[in-house]
Write a protein that binds this ligand. Sequence first.
Ligand code: ZN
Length: 364
Amino acid sequence: MKLSDSEGKSSSEVGVGRSNNRLKLFLWMCANNGLPTKVILVKRKVPISVTCPFCNLEAESTPHILRECPLAQIIWHLSNSKVSFQTSYPFETWLKDNCLNSNVETVSTPHNVLFIYTLWHIWLARNDSIFNNITPSPVIIAKISIASAVEFFHVANDFPSPPLGQSLSFNVKWNPPKFSWWKLNSDGACLGNPGPFAIGGIIRDHMGNWVKGFSGFVGQGTALKAELWAIVRGSNLALDLGYNFLWIETDSLLACKLLLDTTLTNLHEHWNLISSCRSTLQRFSHFKVSHTFREGKQCADLLARRSLLKHEDYSVFQTLPPFMNLYFLADLHGVTFERVTSSSNPSSLVNSTCNAISLYPARS
Ligand SMILES: [Zn+2]
């Protein structure tokens, strides 16, 4: 996973001006169990020990390395951050609560800024320990965390999260896949949740050219079922066409996560759809699944909504249907669409980077 390359850089390489996107991505990975900790790597069959590089006592999970490890706790203490360490407190809640706390603390810097920089520098120290064999010094890590947070807040002063109640806007566009890849954008449209639903999808090549489209009314179900159903149909269509490199993009973060979740069992209500999708994906020589926002996959959205309204039977479009001309051309020419999100949604900051992340990287 390419992300680990950037995570592995030493703290001195993290410039303040460049830090926003990297920190957003890092936070998003923390919140979604996406950091390449040893526990995660072992689950992916990487032959390493799961032991924490700091304490050599416990397995290195995300909550452990960032919150529960004795060395992490010393760093939190030294950074003067008012962080609670109750391990009964779910890690995701702990992360969210601290990210939302903007009370001014040490050296006139908000708690959340200091919190995020301390998390980040603990992670960098962990990488330095593993990849560069550098023994972590809690005093130095705490000092660097405070200095980075203060510098960022008082000098750069471009922390992207607006005050609660205000909105944050950013641009979203459809991005073509790499040369020799196809991209499937799929969507499920549901009238109510549960309710009647339809699916739609479009497959394009690296130039943005039309390959195939599909849509159809399916029946009753939940929004998640609709999204998974659309992914299954679309990936099977690409497979039937004999293509080996497929990138699937959906606006359902939950669908992405379920496809990735190796701990999922057949007790899940959508297990059949999920396992069907996984077995189809395994038949591609390379595939990846990622999340985008609705603005990044409006062609698929249009196909699904149209089938829902018209209760159309499933059909495959060999050529571009005229009703899609406008959105298709917009994507082809890289037109961006503004997405406005409310900061009352606590995860808006980290969610804004979701579309940059492949949750299910291609097999190598
Ligand atoms: Zn530890």
